[in-house]
Design a protein around this ligand. Structure first.
Ligand SMILES: Nc1ncnc2c1ncn2[C@@H]1O[C@H](COP(=O)(O)OP(=O)(O)OP(=O)(O)O)[C@@H](O)[C@H]1O
Ligand SMILES: [Mg+2]
Length: 268
């Protein structure tokens, strides 16, 4: 299988802002991380809070560009792209974050939120309407609800809209940064299964970030473990789960709360 994502010695130093923008306050949040993600696979990324997972994700997508190192996604190195090519990069690689409430504009209908991405891609109105219906349908929301506003939806439904909006860009790579952490456990399983179903149907590649080791084990083909800005363990999911080499990983796994009752299958 080809690698869709390749990251080489990526580092990110946060310098803070304003008065704090001094060397003394520099935080090395990501430190020389290298990894590859095979096309049509899921890489799970775990690690304690503050270990640098979100910083790494945003650096890979160039939302917060890295201070050092190189990224390739679908053959594109964002550091070298023209403005027009960067648009293509932004379409190819999308992010879904934890809080769907914050991610949606309360004054924009859910249909308009999904259509926005299509407009960015210069898809004409007639086709846009059709495509919005298809996308809503794809994430399990009735297209008849397109004029509803985010606050009329449940948390799980809102996350479905955020996912539809990302899919509108026809991405190949999705970063899922704690995509179900804000949801009830029963709803988590539904969204997880939706994500797995979409991945299958659209041959997507995921970087799946979660605190929940059981969930990561359930979803991932490969697992990377982060600590203090570095990848301390990386391998096939079964290998990492069956025999974590690092003491840090062993402790993380031992403390994982179990989701087994709510999930139809698990490798654990
Ligand atoms: N914008 C920022 N400015 C300064 N420091 C930051 C910034 N964002 C993150 N950090 C610091 O970088 C480190 C990594 O943070 P990051 O949010 O990437 O961790 P995380 O693994 O995603 O944590 P969590 O599991 O809580 O989401 C932390 O020490 C954090 O305080
Ligand atoms: Mg985070």
């Amino acid at each position: 299988m080809n690698d869709l994502v390749r990251v080489e010695r990526l580092s990110k130093v946060h310098y803070g802002s304003g008065l704090l923008r001094r060397r003394a306050h520099a935080v090395s949040a990501v430190d020389s991380v290298s990894l590859t993600i095979a096309e049509d696979s899921i890489m799970g990324l775990v690690g304690e809070s503050g270990s640098g997972k979100s910083t790494l994700a945003r650096a890979i997508l160039y939302l917060d560009p890295p201070t050092d190192g190189t990224v390739w996604i679908a053959g594109m190195n964002p550091a070298t792209l023209s403005h027009a090519e960067m648009r293509q990069f932004r379409h190819t690689a999308q992010i879904v974050v934890q809080d769907p409430h914050a991610a949606l504009n309360p004054r924009q209908s859910i249909g308009a939120a999904v259509a926005e991405g299509l407009r960015n891609r210069r898809i004409l109105r007639r086709e846009r309407e059709q495509r919005v219906s298809e996308l809503l349908d794809m994430v399990g929301i009735s297209p008849r609800r397109r004029n509803d506003y985010p606050q009329q939806l449940s948390g799980g439904q809102r996350q479905r809209i955020v996912i539809a909006r990302a899919l509108a860009m026809e991405p190949r790579f999705l970063v899922l940064d704690e995509p179900v952490s804000s949801l009830d456990v029963s709803v988590q399983a539904q969204i997880v299964n939706l994500l797995l179903d979409l991945k299958q149907r659209l041959a997507l590649t995921y970087l799946f970030i979660s605190h929940d080791l059981n969930l990561v084990a359930y979803m991932s083909d490969a697992i990377a473990v982060m600590k203090d800005g570095r990848i301390v363990e990386l391998g096939g999911a079964e290998e990492v789960i069956a025999g974590p080499k690092q003491h840090y990983t062993q402790v993380l796994f031992r403390n994982a709360p179990s989701l087994l009752q709510t999930l139809p299958r698990s490798v654990l």
